[in-house]
Design a protein around this ligand. Sequence first.
Ligand code: SF4
Length: 389
Amino acid sequence: MNKLVLDSECLNGILENKPVSRHDINEIYQNAVKNPNELFSAAQILRKKFKRNSVTFSKKAFFNIVNLCKDTCSYCTYKSEPGEAKLSLMSKKQISELLVLAKKYKCVEALFVTGEQPEQRYQEARDWLKENGFKTTAEYLIHSSELALETGLFPHTNAGNLNYEEMKELKKTNVSMGIMLENVSERLTQKGMPHHLAASKRPKARLEILENSGKLGIPMTTGILVGIGETMNEIIDSLFAIKQLNDKHGNIQEVILQNFQPKPDTMMRDEPSADEKYFKLIVALSRIIMPKMNIQIPPNLSPRSYQSFLETGINDWGGISPLTPDFVNPEFSWPEINKIDANSKKAGYDLKCRFPIYPEFFSFISKELRDKISVIENEEGYVKEKYWR
Ligand code: SF4
């Protein structure tokens, strides 16, 4: 039946569950540059087959625990230097207060974000840890995650390159964790490229963290950053690297596709935003490469057109906060949840609030965490409406 729908033999094969090769994807991409309609149709067929008519999001509060960072990425406005107005060094009291407020706002996820091992570079970070009674940022995150659970929120930590033991500890309280692969290209770490001054973004280092998450059975969020000077081949390599990890361990719960937006106080301030047509091709190719994957774009980074990405294969809007800004993209506020709900509906999709772990990964977590989820979970494994609306 698919043969009647699509002319491309390659795409028809994929719709019939044939494994997709690197060569197929190159061919599909070359054809899609001339006319993307067949690619979008195939992505849409797969999306409907595996994700039906829902689109999900996670209602979260963003805890900007510490934004000092030992690395420097050319596009990053999140990182702060000591003395800057945007510096964040959250005290235990501030974390507790925000947790209580987040609960009041019916948030479900506590997103804990830090810069890369700040204590290795900054005395200010070491002093801050000491004042709060910790030696490392990871120890502080373990404590904060316990507090979140006690308050009734589910922690999801994104703190850069944590080591195996740190991740193992955090798995006890975090229902999932995150680390962006960004891109698997070594070229982007060379002089003059965006990851040159960021040792933690070396592809080998990132892949090792993801490999460790697989060994530990942690439901993992990862993704790529699109539009930072990469080639299409490097994007496709990165998507295949994620696919390979997931084929091996089965623990990648979602792939974020983030479109680059230049920030005024960064080295890449004069670079153009990721082109939307190019970005949409990448979204659709991701669905073709990983048909069953949860694929996410952040709606705040495409404020005028995010709903049109539903036609290219995505099934998730990521974490959205009614309470805190997106500290990574502070100039792009999240659309109101009601608006996202209405726009998703208009496009033919039901908005559902998920936990920071997708239902198909519930078997990865401990009984204690699973029991906590079950208290507010509906029959589909999403959050009951009365706990988030
Ligand atoms: S993107 Fe992450 S690693 Fe890079 S400078 Fe910003 S906080 Fe540091």
